[in-house]
Design a protein around this ligand. Structure first.
Ligand code: 5GP
Length: 186
């Protein structure tokens, strides 16, 4: 007979040590964030900017919980390889339209050292938006190397490498409905 604990373990895909945030908790929090953003940005010109690719799943759910008119655009940067940051941020894909004078909300998967966000902030500030804020699905405050502070945070998490709900390890695991802690398969 299989124990409950080992049965749970067996259900996890290879490479996932444990589930950190189950799908129903994510859905509840995304709904709260959508409600808050809808209140805060009512009557304004909200443009959600998804940072590819990690924020795609979060952005897709979040935008459907926002009840005011808004639009979306995407930007893509690179700095991670495997589980470590290269420390060098590169712009791979820029916004389609000029965001000048608009209320920008950057949608990030996870803020870790904050270096990516600092780069993005500086870059977008030069385009003269009306306002610029950040909504991060996950936040690892213990790892921060910069002063950036997201206005909205889904969940604060400990210093662990996580995957799922859009977050990858070498392009895998983005499709998991929950957030799990990654562990090198033995
Ligand atoms: P930062 O520049 O803040 O150190 O890193 C931000 C980026 O690193 C995130 O947008 C994400 O792509 C990647 N990253 C940081 N921590 C994790 C993590 O735990 N899991 C995954 N999959 N990516 C992470």
């Amino acid at each position: 007979m299989t124990s409950k604990a080992s049965a749970g373990k067996e259900a996890l895909p290879a490479g996932i040590d444990r589930i950190l945030i189950p799908a129903p908790r994510i859905a509840g929090r995304v709904e709260e964030l959508g409600r808050q953003i809808s209140e805060d940005y009512a009557g304004r010109d909200l443009l959600l900017i998804g940072v590819l690719k990690g924020s795609v799943v979060f952005l897709a759910d979040l935008v459907r919980r926002i009840t005011i008119p808004c639009s979306i655009d995407f930007i893509s940067l690179s700095s991670y390889s495997g589980t470590t940051s290269s420390g060098v941020v590169q712009l791979l894909l820029d916004l389609q339209k000029n965001p000048e004078g608009r209320d920008l909300l950057l949608v990030e998967d996870v803020v870790d050292t904050g270096l990516t966000l600092s780069y993005l902030f500086q870059n977008l500030k030069t385009r003269r938006p009306k306002t610029l804020e950040v909504c991060a699905f996950l936040d690892k405050p213990s790892r921060r190397k910069t002063a950036v502070k997201p206005k909205y945070v889904g969940f604060q998490i400990p210093n662990e490498f996580v995957v799922g709900y859009g977050l990858d390890f070498n392009e895998r695991y983005r499709n998991l409905p929950h957030v799990g802690v990654y562990k090198e398969p033995s």
